[in-house]
Design a protein around this ligand. Sequence first.
Ligand code: NI
Length: 170
Amino acid sequence: MAIREMRYISDPVLRKKAKRVPVISNAIQQLVSDMIETLQQEQGVGLAAPQVGVSLRIVVIIMPEEEPLVIINPKMVKRTGEREVTEGCLSIPGYVGEIKRSVSVTVKGEDRQGKAIRIKAAGLLAEALEHELDHLNGILYIDYIENQDKLHKVEPKASDEGASDTSEQV
Ligand code: NI
């Protein structure tokens, strides 16, 4: 496994629509392992392949004290409700924003063995799924910010303490 180089907000790869993974090859397995390691190093909740410069439909989510969740070719099948969250993104360090997300979502896709999976989630996992699936379509959370008052600067390092009480870097 290896740490991959993170891509940040001005990188055009973050604005591209990512391509479907046609076959879960050895190279894809390597990428998934690297994404998990990179996400652990960054101490984030979720990571989408474009954030490490690969325009493919793969997301990894690591909920606190849980095994990494890998979803290949994920598809949003249902969203219900609406709630306000304070959210950050590993590709936009130093900021968090208040936006609206669904209360619960259902996502289907494949695991890293190619087996079909279906995930129904609420709370932080639902937020992370929406955020990461957006990355695959070139969408960043700041696109949902209604006005400047809803975007806040945070100390990138201090976010380990203060800001992470109310927001997660997804
Ligand atoms: Ni993000």
